[in-house]
Design a protein around this ligand. Structure first.
Ligand SMILES: Cc1ncc(COP(=O)(O)O)c(C=O)c1O
Length: 440
């Protein structure tokens, strides 16, 4: 196959016009239409810490496929994976010894994992995990937190990021047209890091809610960390009142340590979803949990979970390459050294910025909240965030060759990979400083 040709502005416009004829908005995922650029990002190629767009612009990537490319773009380990899959000829719908080996590795690495079920996307993982939780608890309602994100499906795209005037709406705010009101009735929202509020929500709803769903590091709202003791208290409350504690670690898995936030904070949930970087950029996520819960899945129990494309061999081998990599101390030395270079300097730049901006980080990812310099501990506080400033920031950084994904202007998350170099980070810092000066 020919490498993709670099396009001039007229050729780009023609491609975009063709795209719009066959893809809504010319893109395959709503967030691939870049609000800062007012056009889609079409890639030409990527390698390591960089990607090149179809117009030939080179970027140091600070999105890294939303965290999926933690090993960098096109890591060498994937070449061997593709060769082996081709050699074996097993392209889908059959398990192999490699499936068992990857599950064994995860049971060693992830504290709550006694059994594993693989899924492709993070949304699929939370969807099926919730079915399991409902089957186990016999209670349909779930308690979840404002600001947390658990995928785009009908059970979780409710109450996560409501507008300010809908924060206390009952039933909670549906984040897309098309989500039935009846499903919103199954969701109870609470404020993150507010223990007394959580206690009273659990007291009020324990007879009908069987699951407490948490994104332990709220990367999807500018990287909000759990306050000391909050996750421990959530664990205790779940034990006292018979709720299943469910950590959605699709993003927080392997960001600071191999076992995810449950290892970072020393609190073990009953069940967790992990994903994003697990497939070294290929689609792979997993439900990990206690044996008594997970064995409710068929064929041991009677909870259905199946799928033609579950656990394709390519993703399994990529997952094995990934878990081997994150068990090497050198990998974490690289991640930590880059973080030590990036974060103190970035916080310094933020402190000197004339616009109020807050940067919070955990492991290799961080969030940027415009509108405050104060610590953000919950969604309500993050509502000061100004989308226009974020979009301007993204435009300024990309004009200087550093790609921050725009997330529609939201205070979301950004990060680096193990293939970023100290000189990449130095360039990122310079660009962040110069770009912030342009944000009013
Ligand atoms: C915490 C969390 N859960 C679920 C998802 C959904 O994952 P996916 O985009 O793979 O469907 C994401 C994606 O950003 C996430 O961050």
């Amino acid at each position: 196959m020919q490498p993709l040709k670099t396009l001039n502005p007229d050729e780009f416009a023609a491609l975009y016009a063709r795209g719009r004829q066959v893809l809504p908005g010319g893109v395959c995922s709503s967030t691939r239409w870049n609000n800062a650029w007012q056009k889609p990002v079409y890639a030409q190629r990527s390698k390591g810490s960089r990607f090149w767009d179809i117009e030939g612009r080179e970027f140091i990537d600070m999105s890294m496929s939303h965290g999926a490319a933690l090993l960098g773009h096109a890591p060498e380990c994937l070449k061997a994976v593709f060769d082996q899959v081709w050699e074996m000829g097993v392209l889908g719908s059959l398990d192999t010894p490699f499936h068992i080996e990857l599950a064994e590795e995860l049971c060693r690495i992830v504290p709550c994992a006694e059994r594993v079920r693989f899924t492709n996307s993070g949304s699929e993982a939370t969807l099926h995990a919730l079915r399991l939780c409902r089957a186990a608890s016999g209670r349909d309602k779930i308690i979840r937190f404002h600001g947390h994100f658990h995928g785009y499906h009908e059970f979780t795209f409710i109450g996560g990021h409501p507008p300010a005037d809908q924060l206390d709406a009952q039933p909670p705010y549906r984040e897309s047209p098309g989500i039935p009101k009846a499903l919103a009735e199954l969701v109870i929202t609470a404020e993150y890091n507010n223990l007394s509020a959580l206690e009273s929500v659990i007291q009020r709803h324990k007879h009908e809610a069987g699951t407490l769903l948490i994104e332990p590091v709220d990367y999807n709202c500018g990287c909000i960390l759990p306050e000391p003791g909050f996750l421990e208290a959530a664990r205790r409350l779940c034990d006292e009142h018979g709720l299943i504690l469910f950590f959605d670690e699709i993003q927080s898995f392997a960001k600071k340590s191999p076992g995810g936030a449950q290892q970072d904070f020393g609190v073990t949930p009953d069940i967790a979803t992990i994903g994003k970087s697990l497939g070294a950029s290929l689609p792979l996520s997993a439900i990990c949990g206690k044996a008594e819960l997970m064995d409710l899945f068929k064929p041991v129990g009677n909870v259905a979970h199946s799928g033609t494309f579950n656990a394709p061999l390519t993703s399994m081998l990529a997952g094995l390459a990934f878990v081997r990599e994150i068990q090497r101390p050198e990998f974490w030395n690289t991640i930590n050294t880059l973080g030590d270079q990036l974060f103190p300097a970035m916080l310094d730049i933020a402190a000197r910025s004339t616009v109020p901006v807050r940067i919070q980080h955990h492991g290799s990812r961080f969030g940027i909240t415009f509108g405050t310099r104060d610590k953000v501990t919950n969604y309500r506080q993050s509502l000061c965030h100004t989308r226009e400033r974020m979009l301007k920031f993204c435009l300024e950084t990309t004009n200087r060759g550093v790609y921050f994904h725009d997330y529609g202007g939201g205070a979301c998350h950004h990060g680096y990979s193990s293939m970023h170099t100290p000189s990449d980070i130095a360039r990122v810092l310079q660009v962040v400083e110069d770009s912030l000066k342009q944000v009013k």
